[in-house]
Design a binder for this molecule. Sequence first.
Ligand code: HEC
Length: 147
Amino acid sequence: MKRMRHPLLIGLLGTLLAVGGCNTRRADGPAAAAAPANPVQAEMRALHDATRDWVTAIADNDLARIPPGISRVHAARQVTEQALLKGEYRPPKASDDVAGFTRQDEAFHDELVKLLEAARASDLPRATRQLGVVLEGCTTCHQKYRF
Ligand code: HEC
């Protein structure tokens, strides 16, 4: 009887591994590989990557890992600013409100500066609270100008 259970277990393990393999492939599928279509998408991808690093930095209390991502986002944002100034970018939603979008973007970057300051002060509770403010900023802007 005992011997009969092994093939079953191996089969189950194989299924679990196959499911895990699918998930891995999905994470870097065609959508993730496509080039950004405009400066905001490029900035957002930099921001998304940085945000994941910030969560890990806070989890590990290793706040020195926060500033490099903020620098990368600020560099990407300068390209966005130029595109906005030249009237080359409109958000997918509320597309006529470019001025409002620009203000929202500026306010959001002020919140990133506060995260930078908390990280430089090695203040873990303050950095954690400020990351919460930053995350709320993602959704506030996405609801108004993206989704
Ligand atoms: C000031 C407004 C604003 C803020 C703040 C903002 N986003 Fe966005 N985000 C947008 C807009 C607009 C788009 C749609 C861009 C497009 O397709 O033209 C977008 C798109 C994205 C995308 C998809 C990019 C792509 O490749 O198509 C990701 C990922 C993203 N945002 C992540 C974030 C994260 C994470 C945060 C917060 C840490 C955040 N965003 C904060 C406005 C914002």
